[in-house]
Design a protein around this ligand. Structure first.
Ligand SMILES: Nc1ncnc2c1ncn2[C@@H]1O[C@H](COP(=O)(O)OP(=O)(O)O)[C@@H](O)[C@H]1O
Ligand code: SF4
Ligand SMILES: [Mg+2]
Length: 492
């Protein structure tokens, strides 16, 4: 009897859908909050392709890699890996439809019905196919096909084990290969990374950092994986050694047809290694495009800032560092609206200005030593924030008359025209407070940017590309070039 032909595999090796990882913060007794290290990441990776993941320290790159490998458990979201073509197509279609329904501002009754229908269908598929939901036993098969490579090869090489045993370990644990076969393969592997057989009988400390990283690579590819997750694989190495490792990785990839998720905060390394790049900011992908496009026609203001920021070579480690204006907000308490708005040089009034953002600016505006016009108003006493209602109450030492309110309006209008003053335009209404010694500001609620495809295979999450005139005219490239110009101006 003929065996049933195996279903053809999908060209999409990996599909990550709305992946989230929230780390609990606790004071020892109870949960006091969450660090949103990953906050809804979605992408596809083809066979043989490299996705570069770039962004400043703390943006969630390592967490992304570890969650995909299920070294840590996802809080939410799905990871589909190496599936038959029809299954993969089906889950992508359903997940995408569900995602867009969930993002609708005003879902209709029909949308609600469709949402529960999709959730139902996906429930079964997710349980069966998503790595985030599989039993440990089923996961074993996937684990054979995906391997991590970390920044510090010491973490994967046991200092007490001979190199031969370190390289052989995944083959022993994850395959049915015999001892003899494993040994033959180990010899082959050590040569493929440019070392020789007698190196097998040494310990990790007898090797340089670059050699150890090469041994780490040999160890990872012994089981013939389909995907390597490389987390800053060369960041700890000298520039001269970096190039060597990158060449070996490229060579292995083309020989074995591997897919890579290549994590790095070195733009130059990403540029060499990646076919397409995901730029991350505070746990989210904010731009995703083919590498050459991303570097020449970046759309997102953060990407533009990242690429225009001068990489500063650090003489001690010979590494480059990205230096960007402003502090990175904490992922435990991210800004409202667009997470990038407090640092964005081209932010608009709907980008996320909250009472929290306003408080300091109002204080600054009413600072009498700085602004002579502020002396026309009674002295500032305090600012009370009502964040849930998007309000702030500015309390003064004396009565606020209609005339004082006009003065306040005038000062604020001036402030709104200054550089960085756009937040004042997010004030929806100004009135005298209940106490008559205060002024109440009500802020407009921000819009939420979502990752959307604005050019072929070029995804961006920024409200500028949602503006009606931009969408109508399709003038995305014009907007992007305006953004780049204004960023070079502010950083000059
Ligand atoms: N085990 C953990 N517990 C709590 N917070 C964590 C943990 N691991 C990472 N984080 C936090 O998650 C965020 C993302 O970290 P990480 O993924 O390491 O970023 P990156 O690799 O881009 O530097 C950071 O704010 C970090 O402090
Ligand atoms: S949505 Fe765009 S313009 Fe607005 S703050 Fe974010 S990146 Fe800047
Ligand atoms: Mg990291």
């Amino acid at each position: 009897m003929a065996m049933p032909a195996e279903m053809p595999k999908s060209d999409i090796l990996l599909y990550v859908s709305d992946l989230k990882k929230h780390f609990e913060i606790s004071n020892g007794l109870r949960t006091t909050g969450y660090v949103k290290a990953l906050d809804g990441v979605t992408f596809q990776l083809r066979r043989g392709e490299t996705l570069g993941v770039v962004g400043e320290t703390g943006c969630g790159k390592t967490t992304l890699g570890r969650t995909i490998l299920r070294l840590i458990k996802a809080t939410d979201g799905y990871v589909y890996f190496d599936l038959p073509d029809d299954v993969m197509k089906n889950v992508i279609r359903l997940e995408e439809e569900l995602h867009s329904l969930k993002n609708k501002d005003e879902p209709s009754e029909e949308d609600g019905r469709r949402t529960s229908e999709l959730t139902d269908q996906l429930g079964h598929l997710r349980k069966q196919y998503s790595l985030t939901m599989m039993s440990e036993r089923k996961l074993r098969a996937a684990r054979r096909k995906m391997q991590p490579i970390f920044q510090d090869p010491f973490s994967s090489l046991d200092p007490r084990k001979l190199i031969k045993d370190s390289i052989a370990e995944p083959m022993k644990l994850l395959t049915d290969m015999h001892r003899g076969e494993i040994f033959e393969k180990t010899k082959e592997l050590v040569e493929s990374i440019g070392l020789s057989e007698d190196h097998l009988y040494r310990f990790p400390h007898e090797f340089s950092g670059g050699q150890r990283q090469r041994i780490g690579v040999a160890r990872a590819i012994g089981i013939d994986p389909l995907l390597l997750v490389l987390d800053e694989p060369t960041s700890a190495l000298d520039v001269s050694v970096q190039a060597q490792i990158l060449n070996i990785l490229k060579d292995i990839q083309s020989r074995m047809g591997l897919s890579y998720i290549f994590i790095s905060h070195h733009l130059s390394v990403i540029r060499i290694m990646a076919d397409k790049v995901a730029v991350m900011y505070l746990g989210q992908v904010i731009e995703l495009a083919e590498t050459s496009k991303l570097f020449s026609e970046m759309l997102h203001p953060y990407t533009a800032a990242l690429l225009s920021a001068i990489p500063v070579p650090d003489p001690r480690t010979k590494r480059e560092k990205i230096v960007l204006e402003g502090e990175i907000p904490s992922p435990a308490n991210p800004p409202a609206g667009c997470y990038f708005h407090p640092r964005c040089p081209v932010a608009m009034e709907n980008c996320g200005w909250s009472p929290r953002d306003m408080s300091k600016s109002v204080q600054h505006m009413l600072d009498r030593t700085r602004n002579i016009e502020a002396t026309e108003l009674p002295e500032l006493v305090e600012i009370i924030l009502d964040e849930p209602n998007w309000e702030l109450e500015i309390v003064f030492s004396g009565n606020i008359s209609d005339a004082s309110l006009e003065i306040f309006r005038r000062i604020m209008a001036k402030e709104a025209e200054r550089q960085g003053g756009v937040r004042f335009k997010a004030v929806k209404s100004i009135g005298i407070g209940e106490e008559s010694t205060s002024i109440k500001l009500i802020m407009r609620k921000p819009d939420i940017p979502r990752l959307k495809e604005v050019a072929a295979d070029h995804f961006v999450s920024c409200l500028i590309y949602d503006k009606t005139d931009v969408v109508r005219k399709g003038s995305y490239a014009e907007e992007a070039s305006r953004i780049r110009k204004s960023i070079t101006k502010t950083s000059a």
